[in-house]
Design a protein around this ligand. Structure first.
Ligand SMILES: [Zn+2]
Length: 358
């Protein structure tokens, strides 16, 4: 697919993308200085990073194929000044400072907000979720997590990371990633990631944080509170007492409200006086159950918790926030893996993996 895409991509298109990225997204100074850590580079990091961005758009997902691309006649059309080899991509990404890319993306998001890209949205969300990608059978790097079968035999290893993404605004905008190795955990990585994102975006950029059941833990919920962000998290059986209390209350009751949301009929149960579990410092827990009836007869039911008050957040908005979590799954991981080569490790070195994921 890539060769046809590369040759059919005409110069002006690449220029237009570059113009858009530099001027509309405000990434010009980032592309000029993307955080190169090499001392005597022959090829500018600006060229390498731009070539990588274009290669992702063209779905060229390995450094070797990128080398082929920048040695082909398509190079000038892509806006890449000089050819370079896969070893240059590897050497450069090993030494790039990820913080430069993070700051540039945060700036681009601020620019989008100033340009009123989110103006039709009442609540801007930040979704967090973890995944594993880049299975390899090579000599492990510090991020490699061995994949064991039932007998404990190792079959290669996987790289885990947490992604944070802007959701609930009509388009999903991934912001940052935090890897976690075998001695670390998803929710510890998520706390580091959330703190860093709020530091970069500022405390008033987003209105809520949303995550699945893995994030319904007291330390994670306390972190969101400390950062001044209300949180919406899936309630699952990892909180058996609360899950049972919610069932006991809602099971026998008719829905508290019914909404029509596009083609779906949504029944909701919503109450804000459940007891927190013993480690959670909330005065009370608000829980929502929704039962979504799709036109084809499928019924989806789930329970969610929040520390938003009913006065600040109605049941329908609570439902929408819960649903916004799926954006990170669909537009974040699925697109990242299927379209942008997140599944493939270009160069098996921890900083290079991080830079390429971003
Ligand atoms: Zn590795």
């Amino acid at each position: 697919m890539a060769p046809t895409a590369a040759t059919s991509l005409k110069g002006p298109q690449a220029c237009q993308i570059q113009n858009y990225a530099c001027h509309c997204l405000g990434l010009k100074s980032y592309f000029q200085q993307p955080g190169d850590g090499r001392t005597q580079p022959h090829i500018s990091a600006a060229d390498i990073v731009w070539a990588m961005v274009m290669s992702r758009i063209l779905r060229v997902t390995s450094f070797l194929r990128l080398e082929w691309l920048v040695h082909s006649p398509a190079r000038t059309g892509l806006g890449v000044k000089a050819p370079f080899g896969d070893d240059t991509s590897a050497y450069c990404t090993e030494r790039m400072d990820p913080e430069t890319t993070r700051l540039a993306l945060a700036q681009a998001l601020h620019q989008a907000k100033r340009n009123k890209a989110f103006e039709n949205t009442r609540f801007i969300g930040l979704a967090v979720d973890g995944t594993g990608a880049g299975r390899t059978y090579k000599e492990p790097c510090p991020l490699c997590d061995p994949i064991k079968d039932a007998r404990g035999e190792v079959h290669g290893s996987l790289h885990h990371f947490v992604l944070i993404s802007v959701v609930g605004v009509g388009l999903t905008l991934p912001v940052d990633v935090e890897p976690y190795g075998p001695d670390d955990s998803e929710y510890a990585a998520a706390q580091r990631l959330l703190r860093r994102t709020v530091k970069h975006l500022g405390p008033r950029f987003a209105d809520y944080v949303v995550g699945d059941g893995a994030y319904a833990t007291a330390p994670f919920l306390h972190t969101t509170e400390e950062l001044g962000l209300p949180v919406v998290a899936r309630l699952k059986e990892n909180l058996p007492l609360l899950a049972a209390a919610v069932r006991a209350r809602f099971d026998g009751q008719p829905p508290h409200a019914v909404f029509q949301e596009r083609d779906d009929r949504i029944e909701v149960w919503d109450a804000d006086d459940f007891d927190p579990w013993e480690t959670l410092h909330w005065p009370a827990v608000r829980a929502l159950r929704y039962r979504q009836h799709k036109p084809n007869g499928t019924v989806v039911q789930a329970e969610w918790i929040t520390n938003f008050s009913i006065a600040k957040l109605g049941s329908l908005s609570f439902y929408r926030m819960a649903k916004s979590r799926w954006e990170i799954e669909n537009s974040g991981f699925n697109d990242g893996k299927n379209r942008y080569g997140m599944e493939h490790i270009c160069h098996h070195e921890s900083n290079s993996i991080l830079i390429v994921w971003r």
